[in-house]
Design a protein around this ligand. Structure first.
Ligand code: ADP
Ligand code: MG
Length: 324
């Protein structure tokens, strides 16, 4: 039922940035080593994601765009052990219910690509394309004025896209990413092979001065590890969107975590109320509840006091080393 699909789509498809997150995660799940994101008018007119991943066989294309069809889970056991980013089988179907979606894919060894556009035809047709997958999304919410109304101007939507793209790029340094807006290249990030490359990627995202005015963090205690980079006093005042935190590889937004970092800065550097940082916390997965909501990035730490103190001490130590 189309209406139910459209309501459910609200869960994963809030705005162009959330579509991009879902599609890029699919590309990552498909083992892509290069992912291109190309948007027009803040993604409102068109979103195009291209990858060099494993592809979808022609006979599975219509299943891929069907609701609750996923190739990633085949049993309840698999559901518990899931390591792939998506496993609900909802993203493509949800997007297809609120926009014109075309999925084009070619698996390694196939002599051509096949495409499916659920709004036109439920059967795949031969198409041109290199090995990998291309997903094109046009006319988002064009036929759903109530939803379209909540979207902002293209420039604002692009800011959200940029943020989602940055989070993805900072979570997978081994993958190359490009971002284009209206035909103009906004980011071209080659896959990173060493720490210098990785810091340069972080600097590309946070601002070029970050390369010179940030220090590496690498602290471990009590089964936790904190790595990444934090801005030093030479870094010009950061904005709120210059704070990137990841827990077990996933971008998160967490008050406990942010507070711990802010407190360390407040003690040592009074002038940085919104410090810039890219930080990765790893800990036993059983110590975190990842919110089941696919679009939100909230977590709950089982021992939040312990996490807070660890993050605070680690950041303080890294900052103190700079001061010294
Ligand atoms: P989920 O990711 O939860 O499985 P999606 O609706 O996002 O659900 O995707 C449905 C299916 O389509 C996936 O399980 C996968 O088999 C296939 N698929 C989607 N995108 C890609 C891609 N970029 N490369 C290869 N397969 C893909
Ligand atoms: Mg998915």
């Amino acid at each position: 039922n189309r209406l139910i699909s459209q309501i459910a789509a609200g869960e994963v498809v809030e705005r162009p940035a959330s579509i991009i997150k879902e599609l890029v995660e699919n590309s990552l799940d498909a083992g892509a080593s290069r992912i291109g994101v190309d948007v027009e008018e803040g993604g409102l007119r068109r979103i195009l994601i291209e990858d060099d991943g494993c592809g979808v066989p022609a006979d599975q294309l219509s299943l891929a765009v069907a609701r609750h069809a996923t190739s990633k889970i085949d049993s309840l056991d698999a559901l518990e052990a899931v390591s792939s980013l998506g496993f609900r089988g909802e993203a493509l179907a949800s997007i297809a219910s609120v926009a014109e979606l075309t999925l084009t894919s070619r698996v390694a060894g196939a002599d051509r690509a096949y495409a499916i556009s659920p709004h036109i035809d439920s059967q795949p047709r031969p198409a041109a394309g290199a090995p990998g997958t291309r997903v094109e999304v046009r006319e988002l919410f064009a036929r759903i004025p109530a939803r379209r109304k909540f979207l902002r101007a293209p420039a604002t939507e692009f800011k959200h896209i940029r943020h989602a793209f940055n989070q993805l790029a900072l979570s997978r340094f081994d993958v190359g990413f490009t971002l284009r807006h209206g035909g103009v290249e906004s980011a071209a990030l080659a896959a990173c092979s060493n720490d210098d490359n990785r810091k340069q990627r972080a600097a590309h995202v946070l601002g070029r001065e970050f390369d010179d005015h940030a220090v590496a963090v690498d602290e471990s205690a009590a089964g936790m590890r904190l790595t990444g980079w934090i801005a030093t006093p030479g870094f010009s005042r950061g904005q709120a969107d210059r704070q990137y935190s990841f827990v077990n590889g996933r971008p998160i937004r967490d008050k406990v975590f942010n507070h711990a970092v802010r407190l360390a800065y407040r003690d040592l550097l009074h002038n940085q109320r919104h410090p810039a940082y890219v930080l990765y916390l790893t800990l036993d997965p059983r110590q975190v509840d990842v919110n089941a909501h696919p679009a939100k990035a909230e977590v709950r730490f089982r021992q939040s006091r312990l996490v807070h103190d660890f993050v605070f001490r680690s950041v303080s130590r890294a900052l103190a080393a700079v001061e010294a």
